[in-house]
Design a protein around this ligand. Sequence first.
Ligand SMILES: CSC[C@@H](O)[C@@H](O)C(=O)COP(=O)(O)O
Length: 364
Amino acid sequence: MDNAPAHAADEWSPRPAYWLDDVPTAYGHGPAVVLLDQTRLPQEEVRLVCSDVPTLVDAVRRLVVRGAPVLGIVGAYGVALAAARGDDVKAAVQDIAQARPTAVNLGWGARRAFAAWEASGGDALAALREARVIHTEDAQASAAMAANGAEYAGALVADRPLRVLTHCNTGALVSGGEGTALAVVRELHRAGRLGQLWVDETRPLLQGARLTAYEAAQTGMPYAVLSDNAAGSLFAAGEVDLVVVGADRIAADGATANKVGTYPLAVLARHHGVPFVVVAPMSTVDLDTPDGDGIVVEQRDGGEVTELSGMPLTPPGSPAYNPAFDVTPPALITAIVTESGVLSPVSTIAIARMSAGHDPVMRR
Ligand SMILES: CSC[C@@H](O)[C@@H](O)C(=O)COP(=O)(O)O
């Protein structure tokens, strides 16, 4: 399928989260964190103005903003907001970090902004400056991951464009830049090396069908959406050259938590001899969680499974199992792409340990 691009691949930037100094708020004029409301995409592009931390925490829980890297940015802006308002900044860090348990970046971003605020003796501008640094660093990491991942992927198949399968949404909607796994795909597309993007719909909240398809359409990628359970027959038909996914947390053994449905793809990829590649910034590595069993998987309301856009799918009162993420063991991961390069899970962790030695502040 070829789609008429709404934008050149280089130009499109949805700005999922940003800071405004002075906007009309519920409290008169003041600072706010502005979020592109991803629950309303692709139908409409509307923004939510968060002028206090409870509104921001609620937005994170409802997935108005979601995806690991941008949650780090939002966590930091949230702390800057608490500081600017003169709220209890320490309590704000707790509230933000606990809003969703699996994405490590959320608490990491909040703690970084808090450390800057504390070191400055309680200067709200110091927290905001740190949030802006995190925002910029994420854009830089995204560009480096895109370049590293596209070089690696391009070398897998020399003589024709690649067919890439992805799950959930990992593009510009989750980042200060173009994202993680989808940034790699976008780079391949820019280089004329993308033959087909296969987009898993990603039940139950359809981040693939709603958001990745939206990004693919905006940037003119050749793509098709499939129901998650069609992936097996796609592999069997030999239609997948590469699987790329993001990560919400990478434990110290290289086990990786990502959107539920990722682990079955890793099993399928192994069975069919297809590379399974995780793309994530180093900030997603959590050396304090020793292994995959230690990763806390967010359990969400069963209504997300038993209903679709408020319409019941099951007999009334049906119980449901609704983990938001699953964990892929390192043995099933061919490579992890970070801003530092393309390495095995073991080597990625070794690099993270070396960098942590230089940056002990952010280790809990
Ligand atoms: C680069 S984003 C990586 C992950 O955060 C992404 O794949 C994912 O699982 C997001 O889940 P979500 O529940 O939509 O926040």
